[in-house]
Design a protein around this ligand. Sequence first.
Ligand SMILES: Cc1cc2nc3c(=O)[nH]c(=O)nc-3n(C[C@H](O)[C@H](O)[C@H](O)COP(=O)(O)OP(=O)(O)OC[C@H]3O[C@@H](n4cnc5c(N)ncnc54)[C@H](O)[C@@H]3O)c2cc1C
Length: 309
Amino acid sequence: MLEIKSDAPLGKVTTFKIGGNSRAAALVGSVDELKEACAFADGAGLAFRVLGGGSNVLVGDDGFDGLIIWYRDRTFEIDASTGIIRVGGGAITAQVAGAAARAGLTGFEWAAGVPGTIGGAIYGNAGASGGEMKEVVVSVDVFERGETRTYSAAECGFAYRHSAFKNASGIITAATLRLQHATQSADPQKKVMEVLRYRMETQPKGFASTGCIFKNFEPDETAIESLRGVGVPEMFLVARRVPAGWLIEHAGLKGLRRGAARVSEVHGNFIINEGGATAGDIIELIELVRGGVEKKFGVRLTEEITILQ
Ligand SMILES: Cc1cc2nc3c(=O)[nH]c(=O)nc-3n(C[C@H](O)[C@H](O)[C@H](O)COP(=O)(O)OP(=O)(O)OC[C@H]3O[C@@H](n4cnc5c(N)ncnc54)[C@H](O)[C@@H]3O)c2cc1C
């Protein structure tokens, strides 16, 4: 029988270490338990939200007045001969990436340092070091309206930090990924080490955060012209993607603080919780940064993170 906890503190279990309690919470490890949890929410008249690793979410100070479902099917199976990986929605992304590299498969090394679960990574089309989920997903199993449906990769509607699941209430229960066999000269494990070293060098260490707060900015033709006029490097304009961290840094916003929240000096797109920051501090800082970048560059940044309140 599924255990449902009431008044569960969410601040302890998200990487930001911020936020109030949820009315109820359930650790769910299978589709059958998921059905039980959804039936409970229906019966109690509660909204529900699923979370994986809690690494891309800011929970409000008043918490969430509903049921939080932590989806914990952490299983995965790698077929090294075909490159196919069958993975539970709650599997730890970095563990899957490490195991795939050890099995001699390439294409997922970039994910070795991404916190959280496969479900969360698919939901947000997570990416790093030039790779993203949409390149490895074959299909996704989603529990919606009481049954499981399999989405093909095309149906997932992947775009930059976006998937069709952002506009729906389905729960990703499993996925099939396909990687490639590494050539003899390439060493996926070496690439994993390089990816991890790069992250160590470019991201703040020792503070709670939720990774990048904002999406990088994708300019259209008109925006490209005006950004050229304010000194944005040509390589970003050619790539049609201007890193939010660059905009924040060059708007002079690194180090800005509200309460115990601060824009990281190491990476401008990270807000760090120095200990005891509230969601209110973070939201205030997000708006200050957004306003500062808009004033300097005429660009309005949008959040990559989910705000749950
Ligand atoms: C230090 C740090 C570095 C990071 N670096 C990167 C990076 O390089 N690239 C990157 O893309 N992200 C990065 N992130 C953000 C985060 O790790 C990713 O977005 C991650 O994929 C989120 O997974 P999660 O399981 O923690 O999702 P959660 O935070 O638990 O949830 C995020 C969203 O996904 C939804 N969701 C979660 N699980 C499911 C599911 N099973 N079914 C349906 N919806 C679901 C939730 O409802 C929520 O809206 C970083 C975060 C931190 C803290």
